[in-house]
Design a protein around this ligand. Structure first.
Ligand code: FES
Ligand code: FES
Length: 170
């Protein structure tokens, strides 16, 4: 197949693929790399179901070309859980019954992770703003917002513990 050869990083792993120049990153992730967490809700950048990060920035992968992944770091919902352990956001989405359907939830999680990576202690307003690009007609968003706030507190506690351990070792 003629196409673009791309070397990139997905969830910390080095990945290479060949795709047609016009193929979206969403299609590459789903159809070439088998990462089906990102979903195609609208295909026009309106719903956030296809959310991933590129170099830490939240993007709609339906609006990005696979070729644009060259040399970048891609983050998808599959990268949230580590070594069989759910990310605090995933834990709190479960605890707060914030899970919606399989189409919109991965996007909410990726957008929430991008928020907390950039702003570890967001206000409710900031959480709502960060999730404004993730659409779901079926929820009032309150449980999701509370889950993100609780995950932020969990992450802050974890960071404090790690800091204390590192200090002890010195
Ligand atoms: S599928 Fe990309 S924003 Fe809806
Ligand atoms: S779109 Fe997923 S539950 Fe509403």
């Amino acid at each position: 197949m003629s196409g673009v050869h791309v070397s990139t990083t997905v969830n910390g792993d080095a990945v290479e693929f060949v795709c047609p120049a016009g193929e979206t990153l969403l299609d590459v992730l789903r159809d070439r790399l088998g990462l089906t967490g990102a979903k195609e809700g609208c295909g026009t950048g309106d719903c956030g179901a296809c959310s991933v990060t590129i170099d830490g920035q939240l993007v709609c992968s339906c609006l990005v070309l696979g070729a644009e992944a060259q040399g970048r770091e891609i983050g998808t919902v599959e990268g949230l859980a580590r070594d069989g352990e759910l990310h605090p956001l995933q834990e709190q989405f479960i605890s707060h019954a914030a899970l919606q359907c399989g189409i919109c939830t991965p996007g909410f999680l990726v957008a929430s992770k991008a928020l907390l990576d950039n702003n570890p202690n967001p206000s409710e307003e900031e959480i709502r703003y960060a999730l404004a690009g993730n659409l779901c007609r079926c929820t009032g968003y309150d449980k999701i917002v509370r889950a993100v706030g609780a995950a932020a507190k969990d992450l802050a506690r974890e960071a404090k513990k790690t800091k204390a351990k590192t200090k002890k070792r010195k």
